[in-house]
Design a protein around this ligand. Sequence first.
Ligand code: THU
Length: 135
Amino acid sequence: MSLTEEAKKTLIQEALQVRENAYAPYSTYQVGAALRTKKGNVYTGANVENAAYSVTMCAERAAVFSAIAAGEREFDSLVVATRNGGTPCGSCRQVLSEYGLDIQVLIVDEAGDIKQETTVRDLLPSAFRSGDLAE
Ligand code: THU
């Protein structure tokens, strides 16, 4: 199901708002993510950096993990907000692909302007998924 214009605006605002809570003193690249379930619940995440750089967590995965911990499994859309409309990293694409290739992904800049409207399928062609583990 695709988002209505109204739902898009709301989800964009949530991603922009949570982006303000990003902890990114090293890169200064703040990222906010708002993930909407098929039932319309929203889970947010921001990137959390660390002096030991490699343990940094991305905003998108933070949002997914929060949703999963709340018992959610079915998602229809995700907004990712960065200063310049940067796209989700490979690890986040892989994590998202676990829950559906048709999840709609909106990438917005810090003004909330949509830079890209895509899907997990398009962001991660030939994704490795649970079916690949079958004998
Ligand atoms: N970052 C995200 O939060 N999501 C992405 O998909 C790309 C990168 C964060 C990680 C790090 O805190 C900062 O952006 C710069 O890489």
